[in-house]
Write a protein that binds this ligand. Structure first.
Ligand SMILES: [Zn+2]
Length: 470
């Protein structure tokens, strides 16, 4: 087993605000039926030869680096991922066109395919001392080979060289189609070959199934997209650990190669930078709620909940970057309506693995209304929560509820408001509360599936495979 330390991906990186993700690029229907791997390229066969040698390379976790922005691919240095090298292409590359949210969706879809294995999928370059396969999502100058999804330079039986560069060309593809191509090309560099099963990630052409996986059954290895059976598969040394010669069980091979999942036990971070701790804010002044989400596995998608004075204000699905929300001053319901005195804002964030983090700051409102003496002195927070009918300006909770109810319909029909990112509200200085329905997403439910895909699966974050591959 190869040595493998915890992934450490460097200092916290601020990413500039991406625009709200819309439905995202979609896969042209014409791609259905097209070969995923360029059939005109004959991969070099490397790796182990026969059974006794195969074992030593197994059970070694790896990273899969999806490189959206390679810029330049280098020649003369093999297929070394660490130096952006390839024997297939060199020169300038056009990178992926999607924004930060769309990239996060591609990574998330790619993670789902390996959730049972020791493969960590990331969108930024791992340290060179970590084993990583790199799939470049891009197009060489002059375009990629027509009609194919990607290409890999090798079939490395047993993944004896973990640092191999391969390519996915579908720049305008949806997340799930792209994830399938990414996996197939990476899997070739891990020693997996094409099979005649269309529910498997190693099926040589796109289409025919809604959600290809690494399937747990022996399938005939094939030599082309016509599914001609292969009588002399390259990596029988590995295949025959689980199947007859010239058959492949991709699930069992992935498990043998990489072992079980490397759990993400590192909590994310959330840091509120505005308002500042102790900051005095004039009652009538608008302010920004600004915070940074981060995690050691980037990109990362978080479920967040924002509380003012322990009252839930909104939840959202956001990625690892800085986010900023406008909060309007003045009276509710167009303004925050906070009484004079201290208030807290707290953000709780849950990463894709369910790890939790939170941050909280206390700020002070001045120049506004005093807490009504009869309303439980100094308890402005619960006053709002109770919504005790004094309602009037007491109304954190009341105001939020009203705004939500009043605008829910609009929020529902709103096209663009992808939950994954939010900007600073554009030209509209709407109150915080008025933003609530636009940001609202399903509350987390007890017993919900641990992984975030179960929580955002119904949202806009993930494109649906069926749209692209069926
Ligand atoms: Zn292929």
């Amino acid at each position: 087993m190869r040595a493998f330390s915890a992934v450490s991906l460097g200092a916290l990186g601020l990413v500039s605000l991406a625009g709200p993700a819309s439905a995202g690029p979609t896969t042209p229907d014409t791609y259905a039926g097209a070969p995923i791997t360029d059939p005109s390229v004959t991969p070099e066969i490397i790796g182990v030869g026969h059974e006794p040698d195969a074992i030593a390379a197994l059970d070694s976790p790896t990273l899969l680096f999806v490189n959206f922005d390679v810029g330049q691919v280098n020649a003369g240095c093999g297929n070394d991922a660490r130096n952006d090298c390839s024997q297939l292409f060199s020169g300038p590359f056009t990178g992926y066109q999607g924004n930060a949210s769309e990239r996060a969706a591609v990574i998330q879809a790619s993670r789902e395919d390996v959730e049972d294995f020791g493969v960590i999928v990331v969108g930024e370059r791992p340290p060179n001392d970590q084993p990583y396969a790199m799939v470049i999502v891009g197009q060489p100058a002059g375009g990629s080979p027509a009609g194919v999804g990607g290409v890999a330079p090798t079939i490395d039986c047993g993944n004896t060289n973990p640092w191999i560069t391969s390519f996915a060309f579908l720049l305008d593809s949806g997340a799930n189609t792209l994830a399938t191509v990414i996996h197939q090309e990476a899997a070739h560099t891990w020693g997996l070959e094409h099979v005649d099963e269309n529910t498997d990630n190693l099926f040589p052409s796109a289409g025919g199934t809604v959600d290809p996986k690494y399937t747990d059954a022996c399938h005939q290895i094939v030599v082309n997209t016509d599914l001609t059976p292969d009588g002399n598969a390259r990596c029988n040394s590995i295949h025959t650990l689980f199947c007859s010669a010239n058959q492949q069980n991709s699930y069992q091979e992935m498990l043998a190669l990489f072992g079980p999942p490397v759990p993400d036990l590192v909590p994310p971070t959330v840091a509120i930078s505005s308002p500042a701790e102790g900051e005095e804010l004039d009652y009538d002044a608008d302010f920004e709620l600004t915070f940074v989400l981060d995690d050691d596995r980037r990109p990362q998608i978080f479920d967040i909940v924002v509380y003012f004075d322990d009252v839930e204000a909104t939840d959202a699905v956001l990625i690892d970057q800085e986010h900023s929300f406008p909060v309007a001053g003045g009276d509710a319901p167009t303004g925050h309506g906070f009484f004079n005195g201290p208030h807290t804002v707290r953000i709780e964030a849950v990463d894709e693995a369910g790890n939790v983090a939170s941050d909280e700051v206390t700020f002070t409102i001045v120049g506004g209304n005093e807490v009504p003496s009869g309303d439980g002195s100094g308890d402005d927070g619960s006053g709002g929560e109770a919504g005790d009918g004094t309602g009037a300006d007491g109304g954190d909770g009341t105001g939020a509820g009203d705004a939500t109810a009043g605008l829910d319909g609009g929020g529902g029909s709103d096209d663009g408001g992808c939950a994954c990112t939010t900007t600073t509200g554009g030209g509209t200085r709407a109150s915080w509360w008025l933003l609530v329905p636009l940001l609202l997403r399903r509350r987390r439910q007890p017993g919900a599936e641990r992984r975030i895909r179960g929580r955002v699966g119904g949202g806009r974050m993930r494109a649906r495979r069926s749209r692209h591959l069926s």
